[in-house]
Ligand binder design. Structure first.
Ligand SMILES: Nc1ncnc2c1ncn2[C@@H]1O[C@H](COP(=O)(O)OP(=O)(O)OP(=O)(O)O)[C@@H](O)[C@H]1O
Ligand SMILES: [Mg+2]
Length: 214
């Protein structure tokens, strides 16, 4: 089943970043996007994940043209179907890790997965305030928070950036099991080629074009 279909995307800031990009994502599938720093990967991910309207082109998610939806419908898709894991964490800073997870569980009518927290090695710190956690622990809590709501599509920008090798590998395993078990899908931006090539497809953003290399 097609979950995302992007057509003819072009975007410019002070200069052209990329043009005429097409991308399809089906359920059960993982896609990695690699490319040099500054090539536009995060910008492309923002466009694909409903956060930034492209200068040209359209993004269809679950067959809806997301940049032509009204705000209420877009908010609903974001809340129910999309899981955004970005470089800055978007955790509520004044709250504990546990409270952050409870908010996600409450909003999506799901439950907190204790096993997942232990696999991410944050089960023992969830009563602490977010500001008292290390960068890597915050990153893992935000991964747990996103997976708690069981999104159809995970958009992840360097999700293992603050993590050591062993934990990074565990996070990648958790993503791939999550995709299989929930018939979900993922678009991953990463500088780690090993993780990129563990995805079903790999694209490289280079010279304003998106080239498929796997
Ligand atoms: N909001 C913005 N306004 C103007 N220029 C921007 C904006 N966001 C990004 N850029 C510019 O667009 C280019 C691409 O940025 P982007 O963050 O997409 O790159 P990236 O491929 O994700 O890089 P990295 O691997 O370092 O994360 C950069 O030159 C950046 O300065
Ligand atoms: Mg980036």
């Amino acid at each position: 089943m097609n979950l995302l279909n992007a057509k003819n995307l072009s975007h410019n800031f002070e200069y052209p970043l990329f043009s005429n990009i097409n991308l399809e994502l089906n359920s059960g599938e993982s896609i990695a996007i690699i490319g040099e720093s500054g090539s536009g990967k995060s910008t492309l991910l923002h466009i694909l994940s409903s956060l930034l309207k492209p200068d040209e082109g359209e993004v269809n998610i679950l067959e809806k043209d997301i940049y032509r939806l009204n705000v209420a419908d877009l908010v609903q898709i974001r809340r129910d179907d999309l899981g955004l894991i970005f470089q800055s964490h978007y955790l509520f800073k004044g709250f504990s890790a546990q409270e952050n997870l409870e908010i996600a569980a409450l909003l999506s009518h799901k439950t907190i997965d204790k096993k997942l927290l232990n696999r991410l090695d944050v089960g023992h710190v969830i009563s602490q305030k977010v500001t008292e956690l290390s960068g890597g622990q915050q990153q893992r809590i935000s991964i747990a928070r996103i997976l708690t709501k069981k999104p159809r599509i995970i958009f992840a920008d360097e999700p293992t950036g603050n993590l050591d090798n062993k934990t990074s590998l565990e996070v990648m395993n958790i993503f791939s099991e999550f995709i299989k078990e929930n018939n979900a899908a993922m678009i991953l931006v990463t500088h780690n080629e090993e993780f990129a090539f563990s995805c079903d497809k790999v694209f490289k953003l280079h010279n304003q074009e998106l080239e498929q290399i796997k």
